[in-house]
Design a protein around this ligand. Structure first.
Ligand code: IPM
Ligand code: MN
Length: 370
C-alpha cells in the first residue's frame, strides 16, 4: 500500500506530538511493508507569521494532493485576547474543514481501566465507557451569517442546516452504530430550535433504513448531564456542530486527559486526523506533551485506509503501555516519560514480532527500556 500524507504540525505542541505519530507510522510501514510519503505544510499562527495567511494556498494544495491529512494543533495566546484581530489561527482550521468538505468529525471516547483515577468523576461512573461522538463539522452556527447589527451594540450568528447536510452525517452515524452496540442517540434542542426539529425529522426518516439500530433522542441540556451521571448508556451520539464541540470536550473528562483523545474528520474526497487537544502553548518545546491523541489519530488514519490490523496494533500498543502505568506527566506525574520517549516505546512495540498482549518476556523487555 502506497499513500501520500499531508502533515500539518501547526502550533504549540502540535509539532512534537505529530512527530511521535510519524515515528509510529514509520514503524508500522516497515512492519507491514507500507509506503508512506509525507508532505509538510504550515497552518495556523505559524502560517500567519510566515505568510500572513492562516491557511496558505500551498497548504490547501498539499491537502488536496494527498490521501489523508495528519494535523497537530493550532492556536497561539497572542491572538486569544484581542477580539478585534481580523486574522486568527482558528480561521485556518475552519476554512480547511470547509474547503475540504470535512463534514463529519468522529471522536471516540474510551476509558482505560487503569486510568479511571485520572477522572474527577467516581470510578464506577466512568468504568466501561466506550462511545463515539459524530459531530457535524461544516455547517450550523459555526458557518452561518454572522455580524454586528447597524446599532453596533448587537451581534448575530445564524444557525442553519440543510436536510442533505444532516442526512450524510446521519448515515455515517447509523452505519457506525450497526458495527457497534447498535444504539444511536441524536442530541439536539428540538423543544426550542427549528434546525433541531429538522435534525429530528431527517434522522427519524433515515432510521427506517437501519432497522437493527435503536434510535434515541435527547435534548442537549439533558445529554450534558447524562454524560456525567450515566455515560455508559451511550454508544454512538450524533449531533450538530456547536453541541458536538461542547459535548466532546465534556466527554474528555470521563477519560481523564484530553491528551489521550484522537479524532477523524471525514470528507467526501479526503479525511483529516488530529488529536482533540489544542496547542497547549505552556508545554510547547518542553517534551512533556502527551502524544497519545496524535498517535491514536494515526491509527484512525490506518483504519480509513482499511488497514484495521495495523490500526489495532497501534491501539493495543498504547493500551499496553498505559496499563503498565507508563505515560507522560498528565498520566503519571510521579514517574513521567517524555513525549519523545513515549513515541519511541509505541514505535518499538508496534514493530515487534511478538503479539505483546500477554507476553511476560515483553514485560522484561519493557522494563529494560524504561
Ligand atoms: C475543535 C476546536 C475548534 C472548534 C476551534 C479551535 C475553532 O475547539 O476542534 O473542537 O471549535 O471546532
Ligand atoms: Mn472544541
Amino acid at each position: 500500500m502506497k499513500k501520500q500524507i499531508a502533515v500539518l504540525p501547526g502550533d504549540g505542541i502540535g509539532p512534537e506530538v505529530v512527530k511521535q505519530a510519524i515515528k509510529v507510522l514509520d514503524a508500522i510501514a516497515e512492519r507491514y511493508q507500507f509506503d508512506f510519503t509525507y508532505d509538510y505544510a504550515d497552518i495556523g499562527a505559524i502560517a500567519i507569521d510566515k505568510t500572513g495567511n492562516p491557511l496558505p494556498d500551498a497548504t490547501l494544495e498539499a491537502c488536496l494532493n494527498s490521501d489523508a491529512i495528519l494535523f497537530g494543533a493550532i492556536g497561539d495566546p497572542k491572538y486569544d485576547n484581542d477580539p478585534s484581530l481580523k486574522v486568527r489561527p482558528e480561521q485556518g482550521l475552519l476554512r480547511m474543514r470547509k474547503s475540504l468538505e470535512l463534514y463529519a468529525n468522529i471522536r471516540p471516547v474510551t476509558t482505560y481501566p487503569t486510568l479511571l483515577h485520572l477522572s474527577p468523576l467516581k470510578k464506577e461512573y466512568v468504568d466501561n465507557v466506550d462511545m463515539v461522538i459524530y459531530r457535524e463539522l461544516i455547517s450550523g452556527i459555526y458557518f452561518g451569517e454572522k455580524g454586528r447589527t447597524e446599532d453596533p451594540e448587537g451581534a448575530y450568528d445564524v444557525c442553519s442546516y440543510q436536510k442533505t447536510e444532516i442526512e450524510r452525517i446521519g448515515r455515517l452515524a447509523f452505519e457506525a452504530a450497526q458495527k457497534r452496540r447498535k444504539k444511536l442517540t441524536l442530541v439536539d434542542k428540538a423543544n426550542v430550535l427549528e434546525t433541531s426539529r429538522l435534525w429530528r425529522h431527517t434522522i427519524q426518516e433515515i432510521a427506517a433504513d437501519y432497522p437493527d439500530v435503536s434510535l434515541d433522542m435527547m435534548f442537549v441540556d439533558n445529554a450534558a448531564m447524562q454524560l456525567i451521571v450515566a455515560p455508559n448508556q451511550f454508544d454512538v451520539m450524533v449531533t450538530s456542530n456547536l453541541f458536538g464541540d461542547i459535548l466532546s470536550d465534556e466527554s474528555s473528562v470521563l477519560v481523564g486527559s484530553l491528551g489521550l483523545m484522537p479524532s477523524a474528520s471525514v470528507g467526501k474526497n479526503t479525511s483529516l486526523f488530529e488529536p482533540i487537544h489544542g496547542s497547549y502553548p505552556q508545554a510547547a518545546g518542553k517534551n512533556i506533551a502527551n502524544p497519545c491523541g496524535a498517535i491514536l489519530s494515526a491509527a484512525m488514519m490506518l483504519d480509513s485506509f482499511q488497514q484495521f490490523e495495523a490500526g489495532d496494533r497501534i491501539r493495543a500498543a498504547v493500551k499496553f503501555l498505559l496499563e503498565k502505568g507508563i505515560g507522560t506527566q498528565d498520566l503519571n506525574p510521579k514517574k513521567p516519560q517524555t513525549c519523545d520517549y513515549f513515541g519511541d516505546l509505541v514505535a518499538h512495540l508496534v514493530h515487534l514480532e511478538e503479539d505483546f498482549g500477554a507476553s511476560s518476556e515483553l514485560d522484561d523487555q519493557i522494563s529494560t527500556i524504561i
